[in-house]
Ligand binder design. Sequence first.
Ligand code: HPA
Length: 264
Amino acid sequence: MDMSNSDAAQLTPHRPKVAVIGGTGMNQWPGLEILDSMKVDTPFGAPSAPLVVGRVAGVDAIFLARHGEGHKIPPHAINYRANLWALKEAGVEYVIAIGAVGAIAGWFAPGGLALPDDLIDYTSGREHTYFDGRPGSGLKHIEFNVPYAPIVREALLKAAKAAQIELRDGAVMAVTQGPRLESPGEIRRLKQDGCDMVGMTSMPEAGLAAELGLRYACLAVSVNWAPGIGSGDIHGQIEHWLALSMAKVRAILERALPELDVPG
Ligand code: HPA
C-alpha cells in the first residue's frame, strides 16, 4: 500500500526513528520534553491517541499511548493497525512497546523486567493483519520466527546494564484476549505451553509491526503473579508494582534511545 500521500507522511515535521508505545502504567512519559502532538488518520482509522513527539536524552522520539488518553481503550478494542501504520508513516524504524504483564515463571516476581524473545497468540477476533484480502491489500506470508527484533532487544539490554537494572533476556509471552484476567486453569495451560508471562497486547502489535518492516520489541514489566500462581489481591499487586516499576522503565528507555537513534 502507498503511504506517500498520507496524513502523517506529509504533516510530520519531525522524523524520529524510535517510537515508544506506552501501556498500562505508562499512559504518559514524564521526562519527555514535548515538541509536538500530531493527530493523524490512517486508512484503518485513527490511532489510539495523537502521536506525541518529544525529546529525551537528546534524542527525538514518538510516544503513543496504546490505551488512549485517559486509558480508556481495552486491549481487544485497540486499533493496532492504525497505531502501527501511523508510526510507520511518521518515519519510525524502531518500536519499543512497554507491556505490564502477569508472571507465570517463578523467576519473574512482580517488580521484575524481562525482554520476551517469543510469543504465543491466544487472542481471537482482532484485526490482526494488513493483508486482509481487501482490494489492494496484497498478500505476503511474512516470516515470524523472530517475533521481537534483536536490534531493539540488544539496545534495551545494553541500556539496562548501563543503568544497573536487572533485565531478564529471553522469555515467552502469552497474549490473551482480555479484558478479564485468566482463570487458574487457563494459566496452567499457558504454563504447560511454555509461557513465562501473560499480557494482552503483544498481538497483534508484534505481527503488524513485522508486516510493516518495523523493528519491534517489548519491555515487559511483571506487575502481578498470574491467577493461581500466587495468592492475594491481584489488583492490589498490579497497582503497587506499576507505581514502583515505571521509573526503572524510563531509566532504561533514556539509555536505549541513543543506542537506536544512530545514522544509517
Ligand atoms: N494477565 C493478563 N494480562 C495482564 C496480567 C495478567 O495477570 N497482568 C497484567 N497484564
